[in-house]
Ligand binder design. Sequence first.
Ligand code: GDP
Length: 444
Amino acid sequence: MAFEGLSERLQQVMSRIRGKGKVTEADVKEMMREVRLALLEADVNFKVVKDFIKQVSERAVGQEVMKSLTPGQQVIKIVKEELTALMGGEQSQIAVAKKPPTVVMMVGLQGAGKTTTTGKLANWLRKRHNRKPLLVAADVYRPAAIKQLETLGKQLSVPVFSLGEHENPVEIAKRALEQAKAEHCDYVLIDTAGRLHIDEGLMDELRQMKEAVKPDEIFLVVDAMTGQDAVNVAQSFHEQLGITGVILTKLDGDTRGGAALSIRAVTGAPIKFAGMGEKLDALEPFHPERMASRILGMGDVLTLIEKAQAAVDEEKAKELEQKMRTATFTLDDFLDQLGQVRKLGPLDELIKMLPGANKIKGLANIQVDEKQIARVEAIIRSMTKEEKMHPEIINGSRKKRIAKGSGTTVQEVNRLLKQFDEMKKMMKMMTNVPKGKKKGFRFP
Ligand code: GDP
């Protein structure tokens, strides 16, 4: 997980100052020395660190802390506010052209995740905002980039405009724009050609395309794992092309976080989205405040709720609730529910979004065994319809068959049946027990 080291160290520092009834200048100095080291170790740009420390120190020994009844907490609030400001303050939204389509050029070096992110963005626009995007395959240099985009388009049921790899990218972009207008698409996402390094040829071509299609957004896709290199790449692109935003990919990896914390301050370009995984729904709008909150171990409940809203089918949720109430919840429903939870993303990532999760012993480092969940799913899938409706009929020979069919053991089948039985008992108790008596019930 990104920011792990930084997060841990900052939280240690914060926990020491949190309860303090009085914060002296010496306290602030000492704390800032540690914060400085933590940021440098996280590969944050040297100058950015210097400015950050200066800003926080000034505020921390100022009136707002002195006069506060809880000075320790006040200092933490300042650190959070300044971290938020460092990453851009307010969330920066994607542009909407007055007259559609909104044209977005996706630029970046090879391997940064540009093509994947173009697909993710189309998915996000369509699913979350009901928009009609057109994907444009203009990366004619990287072998297979066009094919990759076409495959993504198919998976997402989003149209892809392509003229093969022998046409000039600027021409491709122009013609795509005409098609988008004719078909009333409201976003045109152009996957431009990447290179291994920044060179004049690349920049020339991108400038020509910019001139030809007059984009509303130029998003630079950079790999967060490359740290300060990502910041340098962003700076060059911004100087030579003028980007409107950055998309940081691979924030799910164990990057130390330097790129996320320095890019805005160094280049002035806002981070608009963050890539959080290889799957097509692993793209999140970048919220500086929520990110600061995650780094300081205060959780990110808002993102969690948004994920849940996007992933969980409301009709299904209602149906499920009804089944729980009437205790007619079957193994099939259980399977369904597992699937819904899995759609939210890796479970250990979700846990980290809960405020204070890091303080509950063992929870922060919990390794949710996704394979275990897959085994449970396999067991249920190996049952017949009748067995799923009435698990009490599952006798010894049926258990053997199910274990064989799912590649598991009879013990595992037993365990699942027992757990499911307990779950049903619990549902019965929850629904039958009069209100006042629920208190004594303990979750198994
Ligand atoms: P391009 O050359 O910039 O177009 O790069 P691709 O889109 O082909 O991506 C390069 C690799 O990075 C692929 O294996 C992607 O699956 C992977 N990738 C892209 N974005 C992310 C992300 O947010 N997280 C992770 N873990 N991998 C990513």
